[in-house]
Ligand binder design. Structure first.
Ligand code: GSH
Length: 218
């Protein structure tokens, strides 16, 4: 399989299926296409019919859009979703919510791993998004984190697609100095310490390209 991704510093959508692929143990070749430079669109279109990353290619089959790629990986690795049906339903609900919501957070706190923008980006809409994310994390940890899938510090115990979907938010919270309380804080720390998150972060810090439109606060 080949996973087509964008810049690791900026491409929040790319991080999600990359984390899911890593968690699944399925081997894949990574093709990184730096975004918004001359020729990037043409390079992406060679693989991805939507013209966007991420896109997975498996034996000639293109699967684009982050959540669809995660679902495809789960076809081969069902443990990417929690085993318990109730936990799995909630995991899918919060993954879909992440995929379709939190516009204020996306606009004002874009993923930018290399920067320290502590205290920047807050608006009433952003703060409402953050409160909702904290509530999701606290609720999942309390209801499913220890029961449905014991033995892990993630939203449903063991690492799942839901964690992959929230991975970029964890880097955003780090960059913008957002500090949740209680179980959400422990979850954030566990995510930032995940070996694959560390690997992605180191690669993001080593990148040399910058996208000025994404460097919102200098
Ligand atoms: N809903 C899509 C969003 C994909 C997306 O917006 N990708 C951005 C990078 S993070 C992209 O490819 N931008 C390049 C462009 O629009 O030309 C998904 O979940 O994969």
């Amino acid at each position: 399989m080949k996973l087509i991704i964008g810049n690791k510093n900026y491409s929040s959508w790319s991080l999600r299926p990359w984390m899911a692929a890593r968690a699944s143990g399925q081997s894949f070749e990574e093709i990184r296409i730096p975004l918004f430079i001359e020729g990037s669109r043409e390079r992406i279109l060679q693989h991805s019919p939507s013209g966007k990353v991420p896109c997975l290619i498996d034996h000639g089959l293109a699967v684009w859009d982050s959540l669809a790629v995660c679902e495809y990986l789960a076809e081969k690795s069902p443990s990417l979703w929690p085993a318990d049906p109730a936990a799995r339903a909630v995991a899918r609900a919060i993954s879909a919510e992440m995929h379709s919501s939190f516009q204020d957070l996306r606009e004002n706190m874009p993923m930018n791993i290399r920067k320290d923008y502590a205290g920047k980006g807050h608006t009433p809409g952003v703060d409402a998004n953050i409160a909702r994310i904290e509530a999701i994390w606290n609720d999942c940890r309390a209801r499913f984190g220890t029961k449905a899938n014991p033995g892990g510090p993630y939203l449903f115990g063991a690492f799942s697609i839901a964690d992959a979907m929230y991975a970029p938010v964890c880097f955003r919270f780090k960059t913008y100095g957002v500090q949740p309380a209680g179980a959400a804080a422990e979850y954030l720390a566990a995510m930032l310490a995940h070996p694959a998150m560390k690997e992605w972060e180191a690669a993001a810090r080593a990148e040399t390209e910058s996208i000025p439109a994404e460097d919102l606060y200098g």
